[in-house]
Design a protein around this ligand. Structure first.
Ligand code: LMR
Length: 399
């Protein structure tokens, strides 16, 4: 039977990891997969994670099952981390959370929940959006449509076009939003734009599904959750997929959660039973280790401070690299404006070169990025910025 299956092309993002590892060139630059790197090009385990892991392992006495909803301490701590300690949705008992296998698992759980509640739902995603949103959300049978978002002319958000498109959606349409550090463009909504969007969601009865995968890596831990906190305070229903991969550096530990904010506590209880059933039917229970680490960090004042300092270092490094990348590109490509890179936030920006130029950067210069020219800013290093800027200039001037 399996001989009927076609061979598939590599994943557009993860396929680059293998290609980069196989490249023996000493100058190679990895701007592909969204993994934070320090100036030595490494992705070290955070100190807060190491300390939490040691404390936790010393105390652990069993490896028996936890539960399909995961670690309750992690779930509660993450609710407070994302929404803020005294958020009105929490005090009103309107939030329910299940731990998930990474942000991807959370997105799929959210999609399955939406489909269980309303199989005809259409989910609207930004143009562009993270490549894996499409299979994750549509894989359970939901229909996906697009709304305008990124403006390549300014490097910012096409806000008027976005509003116009959302204004035309039917009530109860599900709209996927990126909380901050938009993947793949780095173009974020301002606080004023989030407020305006809230008015539209209220007026049109739209349902927000918000993906937050970079809290702390854009402007700040609180600032990066501004839109989520606002929407959850003002709207009856919000679905939130959280990833702890980047901000806690827990990539392979598959740590994330789905928060669902409901109109009443009774609905919230029913939703939780549905989520538990969905989790049980897909993978039964999420992996424990990463969630236990995050719980340990968030529950300890000391470890939380260690983590906050480390995430601030990562954030400042990314901001500094954005500044330096623009400076180098200005020198090598004086006729092109790359200033948008500094105005954007988080790990990604579109370089704005075409697919042939992307391929040439890869084959001739060993600079790796996805075909849409998304670059992982954190993959740059002070020592290769000049090489990178020269390579970009060469492909831009090549005939
Ligand atoms: C990315 O966007 O590169 C990361 O989120 C990794 C992934 O799974 O695609």
């Amino acid at each position: 039977m399996f001989e009927r299956l076609d061979r598939l092309p590599p994943d557009p993002i993860l396929g680059l990891m293998a290609a980069f590892r196989a490249d023996a060139d000493p100058h190679k630059v990895d701007l592909g997969v969204g993994v934070y790197r320090n100036d030595q090009g490494e992705t070290p385990i955070l100190q807060a994670v190491r300390q939490a892991e040691q404390a936790m392992l010393g105390r652990q006495t069993t490896k028996t099952y936890v539960a399909p909803a995961g670690n309750p301490g992690f779930n509660q701590a993450l609710e407070r981390f994302v929404l803020g300690d005294e958020h009105s949705a929490l005090t009103a008992g309107r939030v329910r959370t299940v731990q998930a296998p990474g942000g991807c698992g959370a997105l799929r759980l959210g999609a399955e929940l939406i489909r269980a509640a309303s199989p005809e739902s259409v989910v609207y995603v930004s143009t562009p959006t993270w490549a894996n949103h499409v299979p994750l959300l549509s894989g359970c049978g939901l229909k996906l449509e697009r709304y305008p978002y990124f403006d390549p002319a300014t490097g910012g958000v096409k806000f008027e076009a976005m509003l116009e498109a959302l204004e035309r959606l039917p009530a109860r349409a599900v709209v996927l939003l990126h909380a901050s550090c938009h993947n793949p463009t780095g173009a974020d909504l301002s606080e004023a734009q989030w407020r305006e969007l809230l008015g539209l969601f209220k007026r049109r009865g739209l349902l927000p599904f918000i993906d937050i995968a970079y809290q702390g890596l854009g402007t700040g831990v609180v600032e990066d959750a501004f839109g989520i906190r606002l929407f959850c305070a003002e709207l009856p229903e919000v679905t939130i997929a959280v990833s702890c991969s980047k901000n806690f550096g827990l990539y392979r530990e598959r740590t994330g959660a789905l928060h669902v904010i409901n109109e009443t506590s009774a609905t919230a209880d029913a939703v939780l039973t549905q989520l538990v059933r969905i989790a049980r039917s897909i993978y039964s229970m999420p992996p424990d280790h990463g969630a236990a680490i995050v719980h340990e960090i968030l529950a300890s004042e000391n470890l939380r401070k260690v983590w906050a300092d480390e995430v601030a270092v990562m954030r400042k490094r990314i901001q500094g690299l954005r500044h330096e990348a623009v400076r180098h590109l200005q020198l090598t490509c004086p006729h092109r404006d790359f200033g948008f890179i500094e105005r954007q936030r988080g790990m990604f920006s579109y370089l704005g070169v075409n697919v042939e130029q992307v391929r040439e950067l890869r084959t001739r210069h060993h600079v790796y990025m996805t075909d849409d020219s998304r670059i992982n800013i954190a993959g740059l290093r002070r020592e290769n910025l000049e090489y990178f800027a020269q390579a970009v200039a060469q492909v831009l001037t090549a005939r």
